[in-house]
Design a protein around this ligand. Sequence first.
Ligand SMILES: [Cu+2]
Length: 171
Amino acid sequence: MYNFKIKSTLTLLTISVALLVSCNKTEEKDVVVDAPVEATTPDVAKQDTIKITLNSNDKMQYDLSQIDVNEGQTVVLTLNHTGTMPMASMGHNFVLLKQGTNLEKFEEKAGKAQKDGYIPTDKSDIIANTKLIGGGESDTITFMAPEKGSYDYLCSFPGHYSVMKGKFNVK
Ligand SMILES: [Cu+2]
């Protein structure tokens, strides 16, 4: 839907430019500057970015089990750790996985990557991730929403994903 809107706008712009060029070629030099360009741009920019705040705590919980975005949007996601426990015992992150990723197998790989904040060296299953944070900390990441569909996200700290997971829906 949204992409279609952008495409139509672009198409209209292309047509307007083509018309302007052809008009110029004939004789009319006093072509009025086309206003629609300025009228649509700010609107598009506003909808283009979505900000999401995901909180986590000392009880091994996220406060969201569903996150909805639109295809083509730039996602600015902030993960907060509202607890006080240190990263070593209650660290949390946000890892968005590609479709078809086996969570158990991913967690197995992640568990071996303690020094890298439980983000495996092989990142082929990952769309985006925050760093691992402890109580009182935050991390913000920016990424493009993937194509329409439902994706899993989880905390890859050992043992957390059984409860710290959710669905990232791109509409
Ligand atoms: Cu966690």
